[in-house]
Each structure stands twice: as structure tokens, then as C-alpha cells.
Design a binder for this molecule. Structure first.
Ligand SMILES: Nc1ncnc2c1ncn2[C@@H]1O[C@H](COP(=O)(O)OP(=O)(O)O)[C@@H](O)[C@H]1O
Ligand code: SF4
Ligand SMILES: [Mg+2]
Length: 459
């Protein structure tokens, strides 16, 4: 969002000012270029590193005081790894994490202990994250062993009972064991433990994903109530976009270790500009059958590439219907594109970022054109395309080149090409290794939209 010396390349257009939500406070967490690679080794006695799983690869964002930042993305895109690195449960490979301005990513010993008090985590699975042999009182009071200053020994029972009360559980349950509680109640116990040290930030890693839908809302409501009561800042990780929307002030979308779009809930849900976000949103279940019929679902083809060997350039390009040559050679930075206005003027990592209704009509034009050329009606062309996509998913090639709607529309032209990244906030670690001619990891994914503008062949 900064402007560079050469002009106003990535400046937010003036009339877009209204689109930027006024942050609730100062940033409490500042994450810059965070990288976490897990080494891949070979050999039993002498271990040799043969590669790395790039679980988190250059992620930057701010968490503002008192806000809830939702993080969404498919399984395996690095959400939990990001959470663990922020918590210092896993050491970062590189990058910076600041808590209230203080660098915390390399802290150890007492300094780390002090920071940990302020950043707590609520885990996904309340069934496995609570020790079955400990009473609820011991589970919730365990953090006091490490931080006795928060609740001296004589006060602990009362402190735990207060916490049970705060999360809506009967304080008399203090001597019960986890198996005596339902899933929702167990997650309340997990939340009480997370609150014990009076943290300022809570990282919730899919806190309701393992719960029944009816219970999910109760836990979400509890989290919202606690946020107001204790001025908490949340990072809320989930793969369910509807839940994230309900609770979040802003939302970040991750794909294969990178943040691909970030903005207010209105910007993301109503004005998504990254193709991956648009595809995710198009797959959100719609309860109303009529609306379901009407919506235009984007069927993504191919699997997520391996994070050990991600595609060069844009990591989404092997599944993107808008991919062009530039996408294979140039990493798209997470910036505000200068041609976007209003709600669309928010950060995305796409060279051709645009709201979907623009490209949708382009895609539709592509369908109609292609159908007209081939003398078939539009519905049949779409069915044919979807059948082709299904076949590609099962490993068969497309039945008929040119039937896909993907890539047949011209991508939006890009003003300011070549000027991106000049002095932008997020620099991209690892870019030196990218664009070095790695092909897509998935055979066959390059066959999408076998019309002119499909993804380029591996360099
Ligand atoms: N300890 C680990 N060692 C090696 N690879 C890991 C480890 N933890 C996670 N990964 C890999 O990192 C990637 C991201 O995983 P994760 O952060 O759990 O994703 P998510 O939470 O989004 O599902 C996955 O490919 C996963 O297999
Ligand atoms: S258009 Fe290119 S840069 Fe944008 S998401 Fe698709 S492949 Fe990535
Ligand atoms: Mg996870």
C-alpha cells in the first residue's frame, strides 16, 4: 500500500479511502516475511537434506488491537504452522514477528516465557487437546504453575472456578475429567485455559471445526463475548468461510504457504479480487435452493501442488483459469493494484486482480463464443466443461481441446506492469529460487483451458 519512488503505482486511489476500514487500534502483532520450512531429509545414519516443505513462505500482516483477523485456506496451506510459529512453538526459518513493537521470533528462556503469557492458543480438537488423566481444575490451572505470579497457590482454586464461570461452565465441575463433558463444553475448558494467564492475543486454530453445527454458534458467541469483556485480539483460523465471516473484522486468505488476499469482511466476501478467493467463495454452501441454482460455481481443477515443490511465479497458476505467461515467471506481491477502486482496492497477490463480475462476464463471453463457434447451446458447453474438469480430476486428459471456458477470456490488461514491488512493504523471501524453471508439480494441470490463454508450459 505504499507508493514507490517512481510514482503512484500501488497507492490506494483517493476515492477508495472509504473502502479501508479504520483499524480498531494499533497493531498488536506485526508479522513480516515470515517463513517456515520443514527440512526433508534422506538417509538413516547420516541425514542429508534433500529439500524442504515450504509450509509458510513469506507471510506478512498486522493484527490490530481488539480486532479479529480470520485466516482461511484449504487444508495443508500452512495455517496451523503459521499459528505455531507466531506462538514460538516452532522456530521461524526467517522473518519477523513483533508483539507491541518488540521482536519476539528469536526469544528464548525468560523473555519467551513472558511473551507467551500474552499470546495464547485455543486448539482445534477439544477431544485430544485436553489430557484425559487431569481434572478440569488441573488443566485450566496448569498455566499458573509456569506463571505463579498470575494466581498464587492459595488463590488458584478460586481463579479456576472464576474462569469456569466466565466460559459458562458450572464452577462445581472443577474436579471432573474431560470425558465427562460434551465437545462444546470441552472447547469451553480449552478457552478457559487459554484465558488463564490474561493474555492480550488468542490464536484460535479451527476452534469449532470439530464441533456440531449447533454448538459452533455457542462457542463463537462465547469468544465474541470474551473479546469484548477482556479486550482480546483474535487470530481466528478456519477453513469454513461462513464462520470466519461471522466473527472476523478482516480476513486473510492463504494458499500454499502464502497470503493471497487480505481485507475487511466486506472487501473479501463481497468484492474478492483474487481468483482463489473467488473460487473458495463460489463453493460456500447456499441454503436457499433457488440461489444455489443461480450462483456460478467455479470448479477448481487439479490438486493443490506439493509445498515441497510449489509452482514458480504465482503458486495458484496451475489451477487458475486466468493464468498467463507472466504468472509463471513473476511472483505476484500482496499489494493494492492501482487499477482497482472502491471496495476492490485491497491487497491481493494476483497480477490480474479484478472483481469477479468483470471476469465472470468475460468467462461467460468465452463460453458463448466457444459454444457459438461449435454450434452448441451454452448449457451444454458448461456441462461439457464440467465433465472435462471431472475427468481431469481423475487423471484423464481433457476430452476435447478448446471446450473449456477457462483461459478463453482475455485477462484484464494490467496498468503499471513491471512497476510492482518497488519499495512495497511485503518483500518475498525465496523469490530468488522461484521462477527458476520449476514446472507445475502436477502433470496435466497445464491442460486447463486448452484455448489460447491457459497456463504456459513449464519453463
Ligand atoms: N512438523 C512438520 N514436518 C514436516 N511438514 C510439516 C510439519 N507440520 C506441517 N507440515 C506440512 O506443512 C504444510 C502445512 O501444514 P499445516 O500448517 O498443518 O496446514 P493447515 O493447518 O493449513 O492444514 C503441510 O504440507 C504439512 O504436511
Ligand atoms: S491470474 Fe496469474 S497471478 Fe492471478 S491468481 Fe491467476 S495465476 Fe496467479
Ligand atoms: Mg491446521
Amino acid at each position: 500500500m505504499t507508493s514507490d519512488g517512481a510514482g503512484t503505482v500501488d497507492a490506494v486511489p483517493e476515492d477508495a479511502a472509504f473502502a479501508r476500514e479504520v483499524p480498531r487500534g494499533e497493531p498488536i502483532l506485526q508479522v513480516r516475511d515470515l517463513v517456515k520450512y520443514f527440512p526433508l531429509t534422506q538417509g538413516i545414519i547420516i541425514k542429508k537434506q534433500v529439500g524442504a516443505v515450504k509450509a509458510v513462505d513469506g507471510v506478512s500482516f498486522d493484527l490490530m488491537q481488539g480486532e479479529t483477523l480470520g485466516i482461511v485456506g484449504e487444508s495443508g496451506c500452512g495455517k496451523s504452522t503459521l499459528a505455531k510459529v507466531l506462538m514460538n512453538l516452532e522456530p521461524a526459518t526467517s522473518g519477523s514477528v513483533r508483539f507491541k513493537g518488540e521482536e519476539i521470533s528469536h526469544l528464548k528462556g525468560t523473555a519467551l516465557k513472558h511473551v507467551r503469557r500474552n499470546i495464547q492458543m485455543v486448539f482445534q480438537d477439544p477431544y485430544t487437546s485436553l489430557n484425559p488423566r487431569m481434572t478440569v481444575g488441573d488443566i485450566i490451572g496448569e498455566p499458573f504453575e509456569i506463571h505463579p505470579e498470575v494466581a498464587p497457590k492459595g488463590d488458584r482454586r478460586k481463579a479456576v472456578q472464576d474462569l469456569l464461570d466466565v466460559v459458562g461452565l458450572n464452577p462445581e465441575y472443577i474436579n471432573r475429567y474431560p470425558h465427562q463433558f460434551s465437545g462444546g463444553q470441552r472447547q469451553r475448558i480449552g478457552i478457559a485455559r487459554g484465558l488463564a494467564l490474561k493474555p492480550e492475543v488468542i490464536i484460535c486454530d479451527e476452534p469449532v471445526s470439530a464441533l456440531d453445527v449447533s454448538v459452533q454458534a455457542q462457542v463463537i458467541n462465547l469468544l465474541e463475548k470474551l473479546q469484548n469483556e477482556f479486550s482480546l485480539s483474535y487470530m481466528f483460523i478456519a477453513h469454513d468461510l461462513s464462520i470466519v465471516r461471522h466473527i472476523s473484522d478482516r480476513v486473510g486468505v492463504m494458499y500454499l504457504g502464502r497470503m493471497v488476499e487480505i481485507g475487511s469482511d466486506e472487501e473479501i466476501y463481497e468484492h474478492a479480487i483474487h481468483p482463489y478467493t473467488q473460487a473458495l467463495l463460489s463453493a460456500v454452501p447456499v441454503p436457499d435452493p433457488a440461489a444455489r441454482e443461480e450462483r456460478d460455481r467455479i470448479v477448481l481443477t487439479g490438486d493443490v501442488p506439493s509445498p515441497a515443490n510449489p509452482p514458480s511465479g504465482c503458486r495458484f497458476r496451475t489451477r487458475c483459469w486466468k493464468a498467463q505467461e507472466k504468472c509463471a515467471v513473476e511472483v505476484p506481491l500482496l499489494v493494492v493494484r492501482p487499477w482497482l477502486e472502491g471496495w476492490a482496492a485491497h491487497e491481493s497477490a494476483c497480477h490480474f486482480a479484478a472483481e469477479r463480475d468483470i471476469e465472470q462476464s468475460a468467462a461467460e463471453r468465452g463460453v458463448e463464443q466457444s459454444a457459438a463457434e461449435r454450434g452448441i447451446e451454452r448449457g451444454a458447453a458448461e456441462r461439457e466443461f464440467e465433465r472435462g474438469a471431472a475427468e481431469r480430476d481423475t487423471g484423464q486428459g481433457p476430452t476435447e481441446p478448446g471446450t473449456g471456458t477457462e483461459g478463453t477470456g482475455q485477462g484484464p490488461t494490467e496498468p503499471g506492469t513491471g512497476t510492482e514491488g518497488t519499495g512495497q512493504r511485503p518483500t518475498e523471501p525465496g523469490t530468488g529460487t522461484e521462477g527458476t524453471g520449476q514446472g507445475p508439480t502436477e502433470p496435466g494441470t497445464g491442460t486447463e483451458g486448452t484455448g489460447q490463454n491457459g497456463p504456459p508450459p513449464p519453463a
